[in-house]
Design a protein around this ligand. Structure first.
Ligand code: GDP
Ligand code: MG
Length: 162
């Protein structure tokens, strides 16, 4: 079975940028406009001979009230379908209330979840780890999707060790 990996998180954290990098496509729309990716996008990818399917989502606005509404619709569906969930947070924005609601939902699910701090660019990783540790999902894997930084260690953690 080819594993299905879902990318979830608030708008603008870099899910579509990561999707495009993993699938080497430009199918997902990357923009600063929050919530632009309305439908789930499925892409095929291969890493070191291992095929997998990556799912981009856009549905968690963080503006809605309560975990049920925030997790509603296609993002919730994507989590249910996935073998593993990559929960992306924005290292430059820091931890937000929306992140905490998503984390609370994911902690309750019997899903393999990886916390991914994106946009590390030049930032100090230790402070980012401290920032996101309270989400209760372990230490984040720090990446910069736009620059391709740390993508291989992330995929190794998800596809090999995971
Ligand atoms: P999505 O809404 O979660 O799908 O986020 P997008 O992939 O559309 O990205 C939102 C914005 O973050 C875009 O302007 C991206 O170029 C930017 N972005 C994505 N990854 C990085 C990164 O590693 N570093 C920086 N500085 N910006 C990034
Ligand atoms: Mg998107």
């Amino acid at each position: 079975m080819v594993p299905v990996i879902a990318l979830v998180g608030r708008p603008n954290v870099g899910k579509s940028t990561l999707f495009n990098r993993l699938t080497k496509s430009r199918d997902a729309i990357v923009a600063d406009v929050a919530g632009l990716t309305r439908d789930r996008q499925y892409g095929e990818a291969v890493w070191q001979g291992r095929p997998y399917i990556v799912v981009d989502t856009g549905g968690l606005t963080g503006d809605e009230h309560g975990i049920d509404s925030i997790m509603a619709g296609q993002s919730l569906q994507a989590i249910e379908e996935a073998d593993a969930v990559l929960f992306l947070v924005d290292a430059r924005a820091g931890r937000t209330a929306g992140d905490e609601m998503i984390a609370e939902h994911l902690r309750k699910r019997d899903k393999h979840t990886f916390l991914i701090a994106n946009k590390i660019d030049g930032a100090d990783q230790d402070s980012i780890i401290g920032e996101f540790a309270p989400l209760g999902l372990g230490e984040p894997i720090c990446i910069a999707a736009a620059h391709g930084r740390n993508i291989n260690p992330m995929l190794e953690a998800v596809l090999v060790k995971g």
